[in-house]
Design a protein around this ligand. Structure first.
Ligand SMILES: Nc1ncnc2c1ncn2[C@@H]1O[C@H](COP(=O)(O)OP(=O)(O)OP(=O)(O)O)[C@@H](O)[C@H]1O
Ligand SMILES: [Mg+2]
Length: 386
């Protein structure tokens, strides 16, 4: 049954949904599966393997790695072996090394209490737990570049890439560590020892071509939309927007565009999505701030971003001073019942997320002029969050 004349199942366009099929990433899936193909024969002898996946935003890195680890898990199952994947998104789960290892422990060994353990003890327990239970694990550290850029402690790289040296006389049942990053910029913040253990084994993901984006959208839209609600003219238009200089191949933006245009078609009662609706929605949403990115922002982050927008609008200038942003932030914080917030802390993070442009304390602006149009959307988000 369809949801409406337009949608069959709009949740299929959600950023959290991982489709069964990933057109044009089969090569990369096989490459990753292949790296671990020797494990099954003799898992205890298989060495700890560190892999990096590098490529720009929204081109299927996370989806591909998760699909690959699922396939590896299936191979294990077929051979009556147990493999767990511990996936951590460091932008979401962030925090310090301690919080990250506790999360790892919860994922892999939920019966072990993490309370009161040091970071090193947690790793030791984790390895011991896996050995005793005859289980294996692969750890996926997504958005490692974000963590390294925001944290002073980069030793997590050193720890995870040397898990096998932790207890050298015993097998290490964590067989793989996969780091996912948007670029290799974060290398510059690592020390030589970390850089060397990280190794050079990386799989590069290149942005999709317009034809490839069309194939991907076709496959996604078949699942999400009612038959005939989306024509090939729409798919091609969205594919060309997606591969433009402005969007840089971010498929997440393409899926947002399809979802919002579908909603519009529904409310306008046009029976199918038309090009005007695509253009209209494209003018209203912004490539650097997709629904997923907004969902990742905390309330004080959103308040800080709106404060920048409000200050810019009030001054009618491309840059404003920190004190002006602070005034608006205080007002908003009071309005939304946020007790104490240091707007500077959040601005730094928004800068790393490439939303806010900070040239100096007297020159704070936005990445992308049309972000100012997002104020209503952001306001809606904090109101809904109450
Ligand atoms: N080949 C594909 N087939 C179907 N959907 C895809 C494909 N590639 C990407 N997508 C979809 O596009 C969105 C972005 O993909 P994904 O999250 O894997 O990107 P990413 O490279 O990890 O991006 P980021 O660096 O921002 O984390 C997801 O909703 C994903 O389902
Ligand atoms: Mg990702």
């Amino acid at each position: 049954m369809s949801e409406s004349a337009i949608f069959r199942d709009r949740s299929r366009l959600s950023p959290r949904f991982i489709p069964e099929e990933l057109p044009h990433r089969e090569g990369q899936i096989q490459q990753i599966v292949h790296v671990f193909s020797g494990i099954i024969r003799d898992p205890d002898k298989f060495p700890l393997t560190v892999l990096q996946v590098i490529g720009p935003a929204g081109i299927g890195k996370t989806s591909t790695v998760i699909t690959s680890t699922r396939r590896i898990e299936e191979q294990f199952k077929k051979n009556r072996l147990g493999l767990k994947t511990a996936y951590i998104n460091l932008k979401l789960q962030g925090g310090n090394k301690y919080a990250i290892y506790r999360f790892l422990l919860e994922r892999i060994a939920p019966t072990l209490p993490a309370q009161g353990l040091s970071a090193e003890e947690m790793l030791r327990y984790l390895l011991q737990y896996l050995r005793e239970n005859k289980e294996y694990a692969v750890v996926v550290m997504d958005e490692i570049d974000y963590l390294i850029k925001t944290s002073k402690d980069t030793s997590i790289i050193y720890d995870l890439t040397r898990l096998n040296e932790f207890e050298p006389d015993k097998p290490c049942n964590i067989k793989g560590v996969v780091f996912i990053a948007r670029s290799t910029e974060f290398y510059s913040r690592l020390d030589p020892a970390e850089l060397s253990t990280l190794g050079r084994m990386s799989i590069e993901f290149n942005p999709y071509s317009a034809e490839q984006v069309s194939d991907i959208l076709e496959s996604r839209c078949n699942q999400a939309f009612a038959p005939r609600a989306v024509g090939s003219d729409i798919i091609d238009k969205v594919a060309s927007i997606t591969t433009s200089e402005e969007v840089k191949g971010d498929v997440r933006y393409a899926l947002d565009l399809m979802l919002y245009a579908g909603n519009l078609a529904e409310s306008e009662g046009t029976g199918r999505v038309n090009l005007d609706q695509i253009r209209k929605v494209h003018g209203q949403i912004h490539p650097s701030l997709t629904t997923e990115e907004i969902e990742h922002l905390s309330k004080p982050h959103i308040v800080s971003l709106i404060a920048v927008i409000k200050a810019l609008k009030a001054k009618k200038k491309p840059y404003v001073e920190l004190k002006e942003v602070r005034l608006h932030a205080e007002e908003l914080a009071a309005q939304f019942g946020i007790k104490r917030m240091e707007v500077e802390d959040y601005l730094d993070d928004l800068k790393i997320r490439k939303l806010v442009d900070i040239r100096s304390l007297r020159e704070i602006g936005l990445h992308g002029a049309s972000l100012t149009e997002l104020e209503p959307l952001l306001m809606g988000r904090i109101k809904a969050d109450k």
